[in-house]
Design a protein around this ligand. Structure first.
Ligand code: NDP
Length: 308
């Protein structure tokens, strides 16, 4: 970076005949000036803020966001797209009303941000479906650099009443689903020596509450998976991190959780509010950016201080 002409003049003018002699005092004036000029250029380079360049680096990349049709996944997909990232997202078409329509609405909103979009049903619990989805993403969108494991479900019940199916479904979706995805993209990320993986865990992976043993175990397991994947993929220049959202206002959360539980959760946060999907999305995009290039194997709570 070139400094403006005369920028060093003030510094030079500050030298006075009475100053303590420095080791360079005997050096010719031009040599001192040249060294000073070099030093200032280096300092200038070091201290230049570079936010736009770092986020701009995401432009043209391809991200897979699991469960991207709704809620937090949708917000993450949209925020990545705002940074010029092409998006592939999947969802679970379990035959319930409006799922496809919701996915199509999200896909349309993404396309309006002028990125390419691939969206279709793919059950993360099924390793063959996941392998097929990742293959299609690379063929249609030309590769993959970012994976956000967001798909997740809850089936709350006291553990002595919990059925095998409730336990298995939650573990299979929240933990095994993320493993299937990471295993499918790992060869691609390793071959290109570049990649970002972000796992959407939960504060309940760090501290539990009544009736969520399956969910808490899956989200704590996801943190273990995050650290293991960071260890194994770090040498291939792949960052693997997690976010742990607190209570986030998504339609499904507000529909499923009783109002008094939400009120209690709000009171527990230091900031006195529930989070929005956007609050999580911004942190995920940060973890995908070069600002976070020296972070790996960590978990960032996005909880307004709920855990303190
Ligand atoms: P949503 O229900 O809106 O999103 C979950 C998404 O996962 C849906 O799109 C759903 O697809 C998809 N999904 C579920 N099962 C599967 C599957 N087997 N295969 C593929 N996709 C699947 O919930 P949120 O946005 O609230 O949650 C997103 C993530 O954030 C979850 O992992 C959740 O545990 C986590 N989280 C949420 C918090 C909150 O307060 N909301 C707090 C902490 C963590 P479909 O639409 O077809 O059902």
């Amino acid at each position: 970076m070139a400094l403006p002409e005369g920028a060093t003049a003030g510094l030079r003018d500050r030298e006075s005949p009475g100053a303590v002699p420095s080791p360079t005092a005997a050096a010719p004036r031009e040599v001192v000036d040249e060294a000073l000029e070099r030093l200032l250029v280096e300092v200038g380079k070091e201290t230049q803020p570079q936010p736009l360049r770092a986020y701009g680096d995401l432009r043209g990349m391809v991200a897979i966001v699991t469960g991207g049709a709704t809620g937090i996944g949708r917000a993450i997909a949209l925020e990545l797209a705002r940074h010029g990232v092409h998006i592939a997202f999947n969802y679970l078409d379990d035959g319930s009303d409006g799922v496809r329509e919701e996915a199509e609405r999200t896909a349309e909103e993404l396309r309006q941000l002028e990125v390419r979009v691939l969206s279709r049903p793919c059950d993360v619990r099924c390793s063959n479906e996941v392998a097929g989805f990742v293959q299609e993403v690379t063929e249609v969108l030309g590769g993959v650099q970012i994976l956000v494991n967001n798909a997740g479900i809850a089936r709350d019940r006291a553990l002595w009443r919990m059925g095998d199916e409730e336990w298995r479904e939650v573990l299979d979706t929240n933990l095994t689903g993320a493993f299937h995805m990471i295993r499918a993209v790992a060869p691609i990320l390793r071959a290109q020596q570049y990649g970002k993986i972000v796992n959407v865990s939960s504060i309940h992976g760090l501290r539990s509450e009544f009736g969520i043993s399956n969910y808490a175990a899956s989200k704590a397991g996801l943190l273990g998976l995050t650290r293991s994947a960071a260890v194994e993929l770090g040498p291939s220049n792949v960052n693997v991190n997690a976010v742990a959202p607190g209570y986030i206002r998504t339609t499904r959360l507000t529909a499923a959780v009783p109002a008094e539980v939400l009120d209690r959760a709000r009171e527990r946060t230091l900031l006195g509010r529930l989070g929005d999907p956007q609050d999580v999305a911004h942190v995920v995009v940060f973890l995908c950016s070069e600002f976070a290039r020296h972070l790996t194997g960590i978990v960032i709570p996005v909880d307004g201080g709920h855990l303190l």
